[in-house]
Design a protein around this ligand. Structure first.
Ligand SMILES: Cc1cc2nc3c(=O)[nH]c(=O)nc-3n(C[C@H](O)[C@H](O)[C@H](O)COP(=O)(O)OP(=O)(O)OC[C@H]3O[C@@H](n4cnc5c(N)ncnc54)[C@H](O)[C@@H]3O)c2cc1C
Ligand SMILES: NC(=O)c1ccc[n+]([C@@H]2O[C@H](COP(=O)([O-])OP(=O)(O)OC[C@H]3O[C@@H](n4cnc5c(N)ncnc54)[C@H](OP(=O)(O)O)[C@@H]3O)[C@@H](O)[C@H]2O)c1
Length: 258
């Protein structure tokens, strides 16, 4: 049995899908009704579940919450993995269908885990963008930093999801928010084209943003592909960034999606 296939937990509810937006055939934003009393902080994830082999066995997977805490819905950005146990089932659902929701949100990928700093750098690959959208929607996170830099790496231009929304946030705070998309498998579009560790290591990114990245002033969040987060941990470690640990507020924080 899959490690994450487990008997029905004590506290979950069945929630109705209110909308699904397909950005491309394998990438969607899904909204669920938010049950009353469901609370979370920007950066937290929720567990979503679907029954397999009968109603009493549910497969559960973690998904970062995209919507802000004040919104009446829970929004998630989900990549469909071909043959994936949960996402291949999820891909055929329609608004009005239901999903199981573990009613406790959790996680440590919250900016308050970081030690105080001046600038927040937010790095994402693919669906790893999700928690940062929540942080941009939540005003209190934006007020905590002098500057915020959001760097999103995707294979193809059409995977630059939420770009319009990010540009709107940027227009609201042109001095304090910068959005840097990097598209690694397509030319054009004005974006950068190399992987994040590369543009960070050779300084292209910092020059483009016009801001140094150093452990004294910068705090860094990294989310998505685990090979990417491992590269970033090594690269930032070489520059004296310290990982957050239980009871220790460091200067870099990671979320691995698989
Ligand atoms: C804290 C946390 C937050 C997460 N948040 C999100 C989120 O917001 N959006 C999201 O899409 N996913 C997120 N994930 C990943 C998600 O929990 C599932 O692992 C993913 O949706 C695959 O589930 P599945 O049952 O379809 O595939 P499985 O049957 O579990 O896995 C199939 C294979 O795909 C690999 N895999 C899993 N995810 C990916 C991926 N994105 N790209 C390439 N390979 C992958 C797995 O290692 C496995 O080998 C998060 C994971 C964690 C731990
Ligand atoms: N995103 C979608 O629309 C979509 C749709 C259908 C299916 N899928 C499936 O979902 C899975 C994940 O695809 P994805 O595109 O979301 O994620 P991904 O493979 O993690 O790619 C997202 C971005 O991360 C970069 N990246 C990958 N490994 C890296 C590393 N070690 N260091 C730095 N950067 C790294 C990629 O660069 P490179 O281009 O250089 O690798 C790309 O820019 C795949 O199996 C895919 O087939 C995705």
């Amino acid at each position: 049995m899959d490690m994450r296939t487990e008997p029905r937990p004590a506290r979950h509810s069945l929630e109705t899908i209110t909308s699904i937006r397909w950005w491309s055939p394998g990438l969607c934003s899904l909204r669920l009704r938010k049950p009353s009393g469901f609370t979370f902080q920007p950066g937290h994830y929720a567990r979503l579940g679907l029954p397999v082999s009968g109603p009493d066995t549910i497969i559960w997977r973690a998904y970062s919450i995209v919507s802000a805490p004040a919104e009446p819905v829970l929004e998630f950005l989900i990549t469909v993995i071909p043959g994936g146990m949960l996402t291949s089932r999820l891909a055929v659902l329609q608004p009005g269908d239901t999903l199981a929701l573990d009613t406790t949100a959790c996680g440590f990928f919250v900016p308050t885990q970081l030690s105080p700093g001046k600038d927040l750098w937010m790095f994402a690959t693919g669906a790893g963008l999700g928690p940062y959208i929540c942080m941009l929607r939540e005003g209190s996170v934006r007020k905590s930093w002098s500057r915020m830099v959001l760097v999103h790496s995707v294979r193809r231009q059409h995977e630059l999801v939420y770009a319009e929304e990010i540009f709107r946030h940027q227009a609201d705070s042109p001095e304090s928010l910068q959005y840097i998309p990097t598209v690694t498998r397509e030319a054009g579009g004005g974006a950068m084209h190399q992987r994040i560790p590369q543009i960070l290591a050779d300084g292209t990114l910092q020059a483009h943003v016009g801001l140094p990245l150093n452990a004294a002033n910068s705090r860094v969040m990294v989310c998505g592909n685990p090979a990417f987060t491992a590269d970033m941990r090594r690269l930032l470690g070489e520059r004296d960034f310290q990982p957050c640990r239980r009871g220790f507020a460091g200067s870099m924080l990671f979320e691995n999606y698989w």
